[in-house]
Design a protein around this ligand. Structure first.
Ligand SMILES: Nc1ncnc2c1ncn2[C@@H]1O[C@H](COP(=O)(O)OP(=O)(O)OP(=O)(O)O)[C@@H](O)[C@H]1O
Ligand SMILES: [Mg+2]
Length: 227
């Protein structure tokens, strides 16, 4: 069984192709780096996976279910099972680290008791046990990204889509975040990491999917960033 299966997924905006016949399969717990130049369609692909955008052609299966056929309830479930991490964090600015993670759990329907118990655990997992009551403006960029990761973990996702998660970070924080993603992956969560960072991709030694001109030009088990 595959976690994710894209079959000939194409997307065009106003008749110009962004993605063309993108096909790949992903196993549960796999780690994939998705690389390619700016504008090649990485974010668009992520948006298609969470049904924020609709593909023009092709099909996407998550846990063997065609996402085009999901009922509203199942779509909510899909969005819980696929967690997104963005370059620009997207934290709620007027809420503390604790409240940002708590809010995600609340939306996902967790009880007050489990929120109170689990939020500090998730923040501890990302090394922020001493920052529970800090607001985003009181946190460094690296710390903000850790709150985002804690928030995503609180959804208990099966797949994390990390869209340039280290784009705003210095090299030291970049590695801290990458190490954290690897740890999460070791616990069994599948990850697709969209990145421009050659050094990160080449050091990871994981599967690399390279996009160019809207197509997959390479899909290698222990790939390198060659573009
Ligand atoms: N809503 C939209 N309407 C029209 N064109 C769009 C829309 N969204 C994205 N595009 C175009 O689709 C292409 C792919 O954009 P996308 O954001 O997926 O690229 P990307 O690979 O994520 O780039 P980056 O590495 O800079 O984040 C770009 O040419 C962009 O201008
Ligand atoms: Mg992008």
């Amino acid at each position: 069984m595959s976690l994710l299966y894209l079959k000939n997924v194409s997307k065009d905006y106003n008749d110009s192709f962004v993605l063309e016949n993108v096909t790949f399969e992903m196993e549960p717990g796999e780690f994939i780096s998705l690389v390619g130049r700016s504008g090649v369609g990485k974010t668009t692909l992520f948006k298609i996976l969470i049904k924020e955008e609709k593909s023009t052609k092709g099909r996407v299966f998550f846990n063997d279910k065609d996402i085009a056929k999901l009922k509203p309830k199942e779509l909510t479930y899909l969005r819980r099972k696929i967690g997104m991490i963005f370059q620009d964090f997207k934290l709620l600015v007027n809420r503390t680290a604790f409240e940002n993670v708590a809010f995600a759990m609340e939306v996902a329907g967790y009880s007050y008791e489990s929120i109170k118990k689990d939020v500090p655990e998730f923040l501890k997992l990302v090394g922020l046990e001493n920052r529970l009551n800090h607001f985003p403006y009181q946190l460094s960029a690296g710390e903000k990204q850790r709150v985002v990761i804690a928030r995503v973990l609180a959804q208990r996702p099966e797949l994390i889509l990390a869209d340039e998660p280290t784009g705003n970070l210095d090299p030291i924080n970049t590695w801290e975040i990458i190490k954290l993603l690897l740890k999460i992956n070791e616990f069994g969560t599948a990850i697709i990491l969209a990145t421009h960072d050659k050094e990160v991709v080449n050091t990871l030694g994981k599967r690399v999917i390279s996009l160019e001109g809207g197509k997959i030009i390479r899909d290698e088990k222990e790939g390198k960033y060659l573009i």
